[in-house]
Write a protein that binds this ligand. Sequence first.
Ligand code: DP6
Length: 359
Amino acid sequence: MTEQDFIPKTYSKSIEKGSVTWASPSNIALVKYWGKKKNQIPENPSISFTLNNCKTTTTLHFSKKENQDSFSFDVFLDGDKKDDFKPKIETFFKRIEVYLPFLKDYHFTIGTSNTFPHSSGIASSASGMSALAMCLMSVEKMLSPETTTDYFNKKASFLARLGSGSACRSVEGDLIVWGEHKAIEGSSDLFGTKYPYDVHENFKNYQDTILLVDKGEKQVSSTVGHNLMHNHSFAEQRFKQANENLSKLIDVFKSGDIFAFIEIIESEALTLHAMMMTSLPYFILMKPNTLEIINKIWQFRQNTGLPVSFTLDAGANVHVLYPEKDASEILEFIKNELVVYCQNGHYICDIIGFGAKQL
Ligand code: DP6
């Protein structure tokens, strides 16, 4: 498919007003997206677990308006008007207008809420942008009821990507690939797709306990970080490595070798942060407690042989990943030894999920 396939020709219905609600989850990358080309095209393919409990619920009210010269919308978070969210949504609308030509025909009221605290340091862009993309696709489906589910999901992911790259991996679950990879059939730079091959039982219901080490605003946004991969000394090698790690994961998912899985995902997490530390300007998003937690995880794994592991996103929080069958022992360890490193003792227990749902 190409971008052109997402430009609608005509709509068969017209509609005055309505509303729609979607809940969409966050996701955690195992092979990381870090570095992008023009129009939100990733430099390398990535793969993620869709989450279940960390999600955004968005209700979109729409009503026809007279003037069709500009976008018109209001945004609310937990019922409070949020004008500071508007520039990001305005940019998003501009980027997707050609694919959703009805955007200027309506006034939109966007009401959103997250299951995780806004100031948790958990990025809400993946769940937030995917929830909004799902709502907009529901409007398009009302205008064009013949839209198939396959097209709906692909276009929702395509639109979400234009809001925030990682958001395109939140539309479906449980394991989503985004970015063309030669060994993964159907993989695309334009949208996320379900991982198409065998996945061993060991990876079903995988657990993700998110340790909230630092709830502050990040000093460097992901968007700035991605841009620092341009002219980065290690960029080419890094993009190649991500492709190789994804190739290796294909065998690992099939065989169920959790320790091989751990080696790949922990290396991916540390490589992501190594890219930040070696860009110009350089920066560090990990905090001392991030490192304390990583060391504790390694010690516990060595002492017990239990397959507990970590990954990081672009921040100080630690995602502790482990299989369901060892959940009780590992959760005990987390509570006894890791929660002390969390800001105000806060952590979130999550599990692999299956994508966005209409409410
Ligand atoms: C480290 O998707 O937040 O979490 O496309 O600029 O919105 P933009 O970036 P974003 O980047 C996520 C980076 C990451 C890795 C990942 O999720 O793959």
